[in-house]
Design a binder for this molecule. Structure first.
Ligand SMILES: [Zn+2]
Length: 264
């Protein structure tokens, strides 16, 4: 499924990263979860990032694509623990025999984790782990320096903006956005590969927009609170008046995080 005017997501990517789109489209998942398959051209191994939901057909398709390319799945990495990214990891590990690496020890299968600053060499590629708490406490982004690409999970989405989950923190998220904006220059990022929605070919521009959008929303929440709004629902009705009502429950999550941040 692809929105009008967008190139298809399935099969999109960079020299070393290819999207396999999971069949779980929705309000929060956009086109569906982007499972990323990473390999150096000519490598006999591959790394799979975010196997996605526990959908047997999708997991078998990802495994089959690796096999058809003559590659063994060497590692499975998770950007964070939300089910639309991580639920299928155990089944995918069973299908492929690969270990699961995650920042959250509870999600790992095997001895390896994903710690900030870790540099993995797998499938002939260097992959650097960047801690990006905010959307969730356990969120990481994965830098693929050879492609100038950053796999962003749900920290930056291909369309719209990210929700701060119950276990996330807006303060952390704002710091993360500033860190990623600096990384965009330092690492010469050319593309963001999100967990949902299309590739983003202007990383610095996208991050500038995210940062400006967060500041603007925070200012709006301050104004709504000053005007007497008290509950998250009251704030949403004012600040998100121009947004489709089907998105208000998600907006309420964000507003909760904003009110926490403002100490209201
Ligand atoms: Zn998520």
């Amino acid at each position: 499924m692809s929105a009008a005017g967008e190139p298809p997501l399935d099969g999109a990517g960079t020299t070393r990263a290819t999207c396999v789109l999971a069949p779980n489209p929705g309000l929060m998942t956009l086109n569906g979860t982007n499972t990323w398959v990473i390999a150096e051209p000519g490598s006999a191994a591959t790394v799979v990032v975010d196997p996605g939901p526990d959908d047997e057909a999708h997991l078998r398709r990802v495994a089959g694509l690796a096999e058809a390319a003559g590659r063994r799945v060497a590692r499975i990495l998770l950007t964070h623990g939300h089910p639309d990214h991580a639920e299928g990891a155990a089944r995918f590990a069973a299908l492929t025999g690969a270990p699961v690496l995650a920042a959250d020890p509870a999600l790992r299968l095997g001895d390896e984790g994903l710690a900030p600053g870790d540099v993995l060499t797998a499938a002939g590629c260097e992959i650097r782990v960047v801690a990006t708490p905010g959307h969730t406490a356990d969120s990481v982004c994965l830098l693929l320096p050879a492609d100038g690409a950053l796999l962003t999970g749900d920290t930056v989405l291909g369309r719209g903006t990210t929700v701060i989950a119950h276990d996330g923190s807006l303060g952390d998220y704002l710091r993360t956005l500033d860190d990623l904006r600096a990384l965009a220059d330092e690492a010469g990022l050319r593309v963001l590969l999100p967990g949902h929605g299309p590739l983003l070919s202007d990383p610095a521009g996208v991050l500038d927009y995210y940062i400006a959008h967060r500041r603007e929303r925070l200012d709006q929440v301050r104004v709504a609170v000053a005007a007497g709004a008290r509950t998250p629902a009251e704030v949403v009705a004012i600040v998100y008046a121009d947004v489709d009502r089907s998105l208000w429950p998600a907006a309420e999550l964000s507003v909760r995080a904003q009110l926490d941040y403002l100490g209201a």
